[in-house]
Design a protein around this ligand. Sequence first.
Ligand SMILES: *Cc1c(COP(=O)(O)O)cnc(C)c1O
Length: 408
Amino acid sequence: MSEHGFTTKIVHADHSLNLEAGAVHAPIHNSVPYGFKDVQGLIDVFQGQPGHAYARSSTPTLDALCKKIQMMDRGVATAVFSSGMSAIVATFLTLLKEGDHLICSRFLFGNTTSLLNTITGYGIEITLVDATDVNEVIKAKQDNTKMVFVETIANPVTQVSALSEIGDFCEAENLVYVIDNTITSSYLFDARTVKASLITTSLSKYVAGHGNAMGGSVTDTGIYSWDDYPNIYADYRKGDSNLWGISQIKKKGLRDMGACLSSQGAHLISVGSETMELRMDRQCENAMMLAEYLQAHPKVEKVYYPGLADHPQHERAKELFTGFGALLSFDLVDGLDCCELLNKLNLVISATHLGDNRTLALPVAPTIYFELGKALRQEMGISENMIRCSIGIENGADLIADFEQALA
Ligand SMILES: *Cc1c(COP(=O)(O)O)cnc(C)c1O
């Protein structure tokens, strides 16, 4: 079905599995253990044959979601987790060891930045760089560097990483290149085109879309060869070496660490993913309209949105992505209080989260970047008066009208 479009593939993925009674959705399997008539079947699953033994490692429902995400990411294998954070934790903790060096974008999702502090305590060395400039990554490289981790469009200032140039550098230096594709999703950005080794995605955001399910995924694109990667345990150096990395992430990150997704959660994410293209097209359109409206408003100091021609990485975003996303931030002019504005909005909900069908907004400094402190916020380009919006699928005119009455 590779010739079919993005949404065609997703909506027909489950039915094409030849499910019981012609079902078009994969069933929700609630069984924790899986029993065998002949115990050899159980032994085979324990020794690596396909099949299920225990729901912490896999269920048929989770397998169906893995196949769908793998297809969306165009990868060779996918593992799903209970949240985006657990997917990132599994990637770092199973592929890095004490004494390894990790290069990360300085502009990361706040909880990922916090996680970096945790793993520094385990003896993993980290250098934070301005990933909009590949030279910063090149300068940070050390003999013990194993991995580079970046996001596509950063939250909340919307910097766009030098994704393509960093991919070339990682290839030349044989580094594992991990891209968190949450903000763009596989619909707006095909991370294979910039040679990503692994793609992590918070499924809780645009993939699920409705703000009713949490999940995360890691997809191996098959581009990185794990043959020479020193941190693959002997147990997982078997069979196709393209799959060694993801096998280790599944066994150690899922089976051992236990951050498994529920089958109910997987079903909600799977249903949500069917409309991702339709939702994101509308969200990108609404975000662009609102960005232009806010930029022209006298009470708005600055708008951060990669779709605007004066955004520092506008050209790069245009080249790499099929849309500019639905994350938009703005600063009010001096003297105006961002909390007062948020309280005046009727439609827009004051809430954290991204990728919801509803438009959500929050004041950045006292919420998601509160723990960071003022000095670090300034270093990251986050003003004290910044509002971050996750644009939803409402009718665009209603959103403009809501901001208009609130700013009046
Ligand atoms: C939300 C988010 C995460 C974490 O995902 P959860 O599903 O909330 O755990 C990771 N990275 C980015 C870029 C995110 O926006």
